[in-house]
Design a protein around this ligand. Structure first.
Ligand code: NAD
Ligand code: TYD
Length: 374
């Protein structure tokens, strides 16, 4: 499948080429989390006529404040619920006449999966199975309509770790997950693949590199470092800080999913990345420089004085990188935000929104922090 006339799809260009599209009726699972909430904002801006049901259990990572400005919108309904609750999902699929699931809900943090893997198996494997099975029966009961889609949002971490000279992960790289998080995501990916292969269910899958941007919970590297700089707390860099991640601005991830939902054949899978490989220590130093420039008052300046090497994460993957050739050549998607621009926007967002992040530094968060950084 090739569409060579498409050079590059930005989000606005894509929506303007789809003026004759049918409105969709979507469940967005995990829509109160980091990427899910960015996607709900994105979708509302691009497809305001679509019906959106956000299904989210509001775990520690879910936050109604991430959907600020959307509450009360006639086409948006928020449902607090668990993706393992089959009866709830059956009811929502039927009463809202859903044709599309975009599935973000997950336990998503590697360090938490090391402390307690059980919740990862439950939500990521059993929860994904529950959604797949409910959607299969709904799709079959409706006579297998051609426009139905089940889009599974996954990670590049299912492929394991790369050596310095290895090419980036492609869609045919063998799975080799190393953490309980990535193993549970790999399990869910295999179920999605099997539902297409066995039942012909119209699934889609994207495996994306590390995201960053607004509404990112401060257990992950970038928001944790931003907030610690603002508070004058140590910046804990694991091991030697030479691990590499490929960073993608969250809005680019949203436009990639949009592109796949609208342009891909059912059953396809695409790797999504930012072409932005950066060593952790370099990234933290970039953040320090940016916060030093943008924040008028800081407890410690230069903030790079706060960098502290701490004990390494067990089983820490050394390098992730994505070969995004397939989504570029088949669907015309490329990322549009450089890491310099994306980090600047992100730092400015955290500076402007202490009211968003201060309440997240809860007792639960402090207890988690003490365990990981003991
Ligand atoms: P997140 O932890 O910020 O949000 C997860 C959301 O899922 C939260 O709102 C939480 O309340 C909800 N949730 C958890 N368990 C649930 C359950 N049982 N039922 C219903 N809702 C539940 O995660 P994120 O970073 O936004 O990641 C979203 C998805 O994208 C995940 O599937 C993750 O594996 C994938 N992904 C993330 C990244 C990244 O860099 N963050 C990269 C690639 C892929
Ligand atoms: P993270 O944001 O947890 O994403 P992932 O583990 O899914 O890639 O971590 C990104 C990188 O930053 C990873 O190599 C671990 C490292 N890291 C630190 O060095 N210190 C920290 O405090 C955290 C949270 C992460």
């Amino acid at each position: 499948m090739s569409t060579p006339e498409i050079q590059s799809v930005t989000s606005s260009a894509l929506s303007s080429t789809l003026l004759d599209r049918h409105p969709r009726r979507l469940i967005i699972t995990g829509g109160a989390g980091f990427i899910g909430s960015n996607f709900v904002h994105y979708w509302g801006q691009h497809y305001p006529g679509d019906r959106v049901i956000v299904l989210d259990a509001l775990t520690y990572a879910g936050n109604r404040a991430n959907l600020a400005g959307l509450e009360g919108h006639a086409n948006l309904r928020f449902v607090q619920g668990d993706i393992c609750d089959r009866a709830l999902i059956d009811t929502l699929l039927a009463e809202e006449a859903i044709d599309t699931i975009v599935h973000f809900a997950a336990e998503s943090h590697v360090d938490r999966s090391i402390l307690g893997p059980g919740a990862f198996v439950q939500t990521n494997v059993v929860g994904t199975f529950t959604l797949l099975e409910a959607f299969r029966q709904h799709w079959q009961a409706q006579g297998k309509p051609e426009q139905y889609r089940f889009h599974h949002v996954s990670t590049d971490e299912v492929y394991g770790s790369l050596n310095p000279d290895d090419p980036g992960f492609s869609e045919i790289t063998p799975y080799a997950p190393n953490s309980p998080y990535s193993a549970s995501k790999a399990g869910s990916d295999h179920l999605v693949r099997a539902y297409h292969h066995t039942y012909g269910m119209p699934t889609l899958m994207t495996n994306c590199s590390n995201n960053y941007g607004p509404y990112h919970f401060p257990e992950k590297l970038i928001p944790l470092m931003c907030i610690n700089i603002l508070l004058g707390k140590p910046l804990p860099v694991y091991g030697d800080g030479q691990n590499i991640r490929d960073w993608l601005y969250v809005e680019d991830h949203c436009s990639a999913i949009d592109t796949v939902i609208h342009r891909s054949q059912p059953g396809e899978t695409y790797n999504v990345g930012g072409n932005n490989e950066v060593k952790n220590l370099d990234l933290v130093q970039m953040l320090c420089t940016l916060v030093d420039e943008l924040a008028p008052d800081l407890p410690v300046r230069p903030s790079s004085n706060l960098i502290t090497f701490v004990k390494d994460r067990p089983g820490h993957d050394r390098r992730y990188a994505i070969d995004a050739t397939k989504i570029k050549t088949e669907l015309g998607w490329t990322p549009s935000v450089t890491v310099e621009e994306g980090l600047r926007r992100t730092v400015q967002w955290y500076l402007n929104h202490p009211d968003w992040w201060q309440p997240l530094l809860s007792e639960e968060y402090q207890a988690y922090y003490r365990k990981v950084y003991a």
